[in-house]
Write a protein that binds this ligand. Structure first.
Ligand SMILES: NC(=O)c1ccc[n+]([C@@H]2O[C@H](COP(=O)([O-])OP(=O)(O)OC[C@H]3O[C@@H](n4cnc5c(N)ncnc54)[C@H](OP(=O)(O)O)[C@@H]3O)[C@@H](O)[C@H]2O)c1
Length: 327
């Protein structure tokens, strides 16, 4: 089968298309013919062993993904496709079922076929969707959900979502809307209308206004793009306010420091607990019209290097899709 592989950590150019062996599903697995996948920030960070985040994070990253060279040659976490074969113990899926999900740390979705344990994050695709629309549902939304679940969001609670135009941000705004919270979203001028359309009650253009200087406070601040810090946001949190980061070693230390104190807290779940039930929950939201993955650009699998370069600008709006086998 065709797959995008890499054998050493480095720039996008370490990625190349190669013929590799098709995986063989175990008895509790399904073989998925992948029609669409994505390039996301987890892929790009893993491919360069998180060098951009500094030496400590890079070493931690290598401990997970392979110390000297990548443990998994094929990147890609999100997928949408059709079940090709099922293991002997599988009853949930059958040949031809349309499925979507995420492989997480196992990667492997930048390929024509992917083997997935049925107990992992895989589900039937929401009805009435294309594979390109289904592939980017999981990454941003699961990361946003992991954060938001910790914050007791409901009607009457206020949240500021910083970086509301990224994969996590666009999903975060929609999930916070679903939970009934009052949402202030912060993004660039060009994305104000999009973010408003996703459910934000008010939007702040960060090129015009620094939300930390307004004197306004919030019950929750989600930094969906890893550009803020607890130290900077503390003054904008209500007395028992919660800061939800998505990135940064410093935030992890703050999470430990504030865990035993009263008052403002940093809540940072590492590693994030994301389950099949979460994927089924997202499927329900999509089918109810309460969640959609925002798609910025689409590339063919063979253009993975170009797609990756774009994701690394850190300026994508929502998600970048790779078409693997056009239907
Ligand atoms: N995706 C994952 O799998 C994953 C997993 C764990 C952690 N993370 C971390 O979570 C963070 C977000 O991930 P993501 O995939 O949602 O990111 P993303 O989609 O790449 O975020 C890009 C968006 O962020 C906006 N942005 C860039 N710089 C900004 C700034 N200084 N202030 C406000 N907005 C800014 C960009 O718009 P403009 O530049 O036009 O404003 C763009 O719309 C990253 O730090 C990532 O490392 C990601």
């Amino acid at each position: 089968m065709r797959a995008v592989v890499y054998d050493r950590y480095g720039p996008p150019e370490v990625l190349r298309l190669e013929e590799v062996e098709r995986p063989v599903p175990k008895e509790d697995e399904v073989l998925v013919k992948v029609h669409a996948t994505t390039v996301n920030r987890f892929d790009t960070a893993t491919r360069e062993a998180n060098r951009r985040s500094g030496l400590t994070i890079s070493i931690l990253s290598r401990l997970v993904s392979g110390l000297r060279r990548p443990r998994h040659r094929i990147l890609g976490t999100e997928f949408a496709g059709e079940v090709e074969t099922v293991g002997v113990g599988v009853t949930e899926f059958a040949f031809g079922d349309c499925v979507f999900g995420t492989t997480g740390l196992q990667f492997g979705a930048h390929a024509e076929f992917l083997s997935m344990p049925v107990g992992a994050r895989i589900a039937h695709m929401p009805t009435g969707m294309s594979f390109e629309e289904a592939a980017p549902i999981c990454d941003g939304a699961l990361n946003a959900l992991t954060c938001l679940k910790q914050a007791d969001l409901r009607k009457g609670r206020t949240i500021l979502i910083y970086g509301a135009s990224g994969a996590i941000g666009t999903a975060g705004v929609q999930l916070a809307t679903y939970f009934g919270a009052d949402i202030t979203a912060v993004c660039n001028t060009k994305n104000l209308e999009l973010v408003r359309s996703l459910g934000a009650d008010r939007v702040i253009d960060y090129t015009q206004e620094d939300f930390t200087k307004s004197g306004q406070t919030y019950d929750v601040i989600l930094d969906a793009v890893g550009k803020q810090s607890f130290r900077r946001c503390r003054g904008s949190l209500a007395p028992a306010g919660i800061f939800l980061p998505t990135d940064g070693l410093g935030n992890l230390i703050w999470a430990l420091r504030t865990s035993r104190t009263r008052g403002k807290k940093v809540l940072f779940q590492i590693p994030p607990r994301q389950t099949k039930a979460d994927v089924l929950f997202l499927k329900e939201l999509v089918e109810a019209g309460k969640l959609r993955a925002v798609i910025d650009r689409r590339y063919a699998l063979e253009d993975v290097v170009e797609a990756t370069r774009y994701v690394e600008t850190e300026q994508k709006t929502g998600n970048v899709v790779l078409t693997v086998s056009p239907v």
